[in-house]
Design a protein around this ligand. Structure first.
Ligand SMILES: Nc1ccn([C@@H]2O[C@H](COP(=O)(O)OP(=O)(O)OP(=O)(O)O)[C@@H](O)[C@H]2O)c(=O)n1
Ligand SMILES: C[C@](O)(CO)[C@H](O)COP(=O)(O)O
Length: 228
């Protein structure tokens, strides 16, 4: 069984509020991007890595990858995350039976979680990492008034990696592209095809670095892991 990963890094990090892609911000002295790419590129259960980047970051990414001597295929992203994933899938070889899709902005997934997910996807064909929500969630109307309160027991906050049988994810992206369907994650497209998607319990540490407060939390996660 051959497993590839598409790491999407072609965003711009608007919510971080900086001058350039947030993935260049340092975490324990190294760019966030370096942490994530190294984790997958050195993982024994991952056979191929495709890194999706923006035009603006391309040269610097090449420098980073060659300095680290990592075996990574680099490809260009698109306007939306979904476009970036689709471009990444197109760059994986025909040998891949399974694919993981991962946000470069989530550097804290562990090696064991990646291995567990690869085992799980071979059973379920589509599986995503998620954690039960801790807060009470409200559905709010455009008028600013609460419309409903979904039962918390059924709510999960979804993360990446998300893993799929390669042919299933390719089919979902192709169909979504043709229908103009846009999803905020890849599982949405597979669900829309009518295929079951299983949940793999992740961890509250697997945050997506999105806003400045995520950076200090991220430093704390690494400090704690170093001491373990
Ligand atoms: N067109 C896009 C948009 C996002 N991403 C990637 O998708 C992941 C999750 O996106 P998010 O955290 O929202 O990153 P940004 O889009 O960069 O952030 P923002 O929405 O604040 O601009 C990130 O690793 C980001 O680089 C991508 O590859 N291509
Ligand atoms: C895929 C994702 O990480 C699941 O939580 C998330 O939806 C991607 O982030 P974005 O902010 O929607 O681009």
């Amino acid at each position: 069984m051959s497993t590839g990963v598409v790491i999407v890094a072609a965003g711009s990090g608007k919510r971080m509020g900086g001058q350039r892609n947030k993935l260049w911000l340092p975490l324990a002295g190294e760019p966030i991007l370096a942490h994530t790419v190294r984790l997958f590129a050195t993982h024994p259960d991952i056979d191929e890595v495709v890194l999706v980047v923006s035009e603006a970051d391309h040269a610097e990414v090449m420098t980073l990858i060659s300095a680290e001597k990592l075996m990574v295929v680099i490809t260009m992203g698109g306007a939306e995350r979904q476009d970036s994933v689709r471009n990444g899938l197109a760059s994986l070889s025909a040998n891949c039976d399974y694919v993981l899709v991962h946000d470069a902005a989530r550097p804290f997934v562990t090696r064991k979680q990646i291995s567990d997910m690869i085992k799980q996807v071979q059973q379920d064909q589509a599986t995503i990492m998620a954690v039960p929500v801790k807060d009470t969630i409200k559905v709010v109307g455009v008028n600013g008034l609460v419309e409903s309160t979904p039962a918390r027991e059924s709510l999960w906050a979804v993360q990446t990696p998300q893993a799929f049988r390669m042919s299933l994810l390719r089919e979902a992206h192709q169909a979504a592209g043709e229908a103009g369907k846009l999803g905020t994650d890849d599982a949405m497209l597979v669900e829309w095809l009518g295929h079951p998607v299983s949940i793999m319990q992740g961890s509250y540490e697997n945050i997506k670095i999105t806003t400045p407060d995520d950076l200090w939390f991220g430093e704390e996660i690494l400090r704690k892991r170093k001491g373990e």
